[in-house]
Write a protein that binds this ligand. Structure first.
Ligand code: FAD
Ligand code: NAD
Length: 473
């Protein structure tokens, strides 16, 4: 017995479940096939649990400096089991929310592993999907008019650094730590490496970063990487850049030892554990792509701007198509794909308008081009930069490190990029995102009145600084 659908979505992560809701809103009979839990990486192994841990770490670090605020706390102690319990509670609450949204949208959820079997006599395009049910019941057969692949990604590993769950871990294993190690080596100083380095340091763990590139956060503006490295060193994190890790030197006995080549010297590092954070790999295996004409390029599914694969009724979105692997990107791609297949002309995504954030302490955030990218694209740029040190609310917060940098087009005043490091910048970046969408100039940003005292005043000052007119700088 097979069930027919307008749309079957493989993967109920952020991309998949948001696409399902949009499809239901558009009147499509929709099913989601999810082999683990609705909410996917973001809800269960990524954004939410990591930010819950980061928040506890931040509170712990703040309590430890409470004397600065005139408050004496004599017995601040970390109860890591409670920290994990709080994280689980938040995840579970949001998981229930997603399940409720599926019911509300009358979206059928199949708990199992989905696979495209290819065209059948019932449905030549795109064919049948079989679901190997987690319950062990017989496979379900689904016959969709359209398929959306939203199977996400998993941690990339390095040959020779096999994940054993005890000594060598990825963020998946680290998220469920029962107790904290006393020291850790983090291989990869990108977003995950930096967030975990910050969190573990704030929890009191001794952290060493080994980053292959010449700077941590190598895709951020160079000045942001430099400031993050400076502030990380101030926190006591050992930051090693230009580090070529030699997996064959890994030794595991009461901890790990590994050697890296840095500036042509062999340097040995020791820690209780090693966390590997060297990027993510698309989940494209075992989903039946061999039964389709879908094309893979560099390990990710190739699509056009409407997220159609080479088979026009099979769409793909989110981490499994590579590009910017973020939750808000996956969900917007999902909505765009669904609107297109439903015959509604979607608004295409402009990837240069997408903000991205790093939730370390300090936080970092950006939208648009870095200064180097803008110059490489041929723009003549002018820069406005303003420090949190001159922002009253930052001093009140006790968080005055960091700055905002605006990269503007010197010829027509367009804002090309905004880069931030400091307190609450993962929220402040939304103003810069809106400014980019509305094509606002620095003058317009500065003349949108920012309340005093607020951290947002820094946007107005950085915008004035583009033309050398900052008031407090
Ligand atoms: P996923 O969320 O990975 O969902 C894919 C789903 O498909 C999974 O649930 C999987 O079980 C399911 N699946 C796979 N194959 C099958 C199959 N054959 N049948 C059925 N189901 C299948 N992004 C942000 O924007 N902000 C953050 O703060 C952030 N923090 C992160 C922190 C960490 C530690 C990590 C690892 C990632 C973080 N990300 C963050 C990235 C974000 O989690 C991903 O970009 C996002 O989850 C991608 O959504 P997706 O729907 O494409 O894939
Ligand atoms: P990443 O691409 O951000 O960083 C990987 C880092 O590892 C890079 O700096 C790279 O130079 C380095 N590297 C690669 N090979 C190496 C080697 N052999 N030795 C040492 N360093 C090496 O990837 P990630 O940090 O693993 O994160 C994965 C994805 O998850 C990213 O795409 C990111 O967007 C997403 N994510 C987002 C957030 C957020 O939005 N706050 C948080 C966590 C993860």
């Amino acid at each position: 017995m097979a069930t027919e659908y307008d749309l079957v979505i493989l993967g109920g992560g952020t991309g998949g479940y948001v696409a399902a809701i949009r499809a239901a809103q558009l009147g499509l009979k929709t099913a989601v096939v999810e082999k683990e839990k609705l909410g996917g990486t973001c809800l269960h192994k990524g954004c939410i649990p990591s930010k819950a841990l980061l928040r506890s770490a931040e509170i712990y670090a703040t309590v430890k400096r409470s004397e600065e605020f005139g408050i004496t706390v004599s017995d601040a102690a970390l109860n890591f089991a409670k920290v994990q319990e709080r994280k689980e509670k938040i995840v579970s609450q949001l998981h229930k929310g997603v399940q409720h949204l599926m019911k509300k949208g009358k979206i059928d959820v199949y708990e199992g592993k989905g696979r495209i079997l290819g065209p059948s006599i019932f449905s030549p395009l795109p064919g049948t999907i079989s679901v190997e049910m987690n319950s062990g019941c017989d496979n379900e057969m689904l016959i969709p008019k359209n398929v959306l692949l939203a199977t996400g990604s998993r941690p990339r590993t390095l040959p020779g650094l096999d994940i054993d769950g005890e000594y060598v871990l990825t963020s998946d294993e680290a998220l469920v730590f029962k107790e904290l190690p006393s020291s850790i080596i983090i291989v990869g100083g990108g977003v995950i490496g930096v967030e975990w380095a910050s969190m573990l340091t704030d929890f009191g763990v001794s952290v060493t970063i080994l980053e292959y590139a010449e700077r941590i956060l190598p895709t951020e503006d160079a000045e942001i990487s430099k400031e993050m490295e400076r502030l990380f060193k101030k926190k006591g994190i050992q930051v090693n850049t230009g580090a070529k890790v030699l997996p064959e030197t890994l030794q595991k006995e009461n901890g790990v030892t590994i050697t890296a080549m840095i500036n042509e010297k062999l340097c040995e590092f020791q820690g209780d554990k090693l966390l590997l954070s060297v990027g993510r790999q698309a989940n494209v295996e075992g989903i039946g792509l061999e039964n389709t004409d879908v094309v893979l390029e560099n390990g990710v599914i190739k699509t056009n701007e409407y997220y159609q694969t080479k088979e026009s009724h099979i769409y793909a979105i989110g981490d499994c198509i590579g590009g910017i692997q973020l939750a808000h990107v996956a969900s917007h791609e999902g909505m765009t794909a669904v609107e297109h297949l439903a015959g509604v002309m979607p608004h295409l995504l402009d990837y240069s308008l997408i903000p991205s954030c790093v939730y370390s302490h300090p936080e970092a955030a950006k939208v648009g081009f870095t200064e180097a990218e803008a110059i490489a694209k041929g723009y003549k740029v002018k820069i406005g930069k303003f420090s949190f040190r001159a922002i009253g609310k930052a001093l009140v917060f006790g968080e005055s490190d960091g700055f905002v940098k605006i990269v503007a087009n010197a010829e027509n005043d367009d804002v090309l990029g905004v880069h931030m490091i400091g307190p609450n910048v993962t929220d402040l970046i939304s103003e810069a995102g809106l400014a980019r969408v509305l094509d606002a100039t620095p003058w317009e940003i500065a003349h949108s009145i920012h309340p005093h005292p607020s951290l947002s005043e820094i946007m107005g000052e950085a915008a004035l600084a583009v033309d050398g007119k900052a008031i407090h700088g």
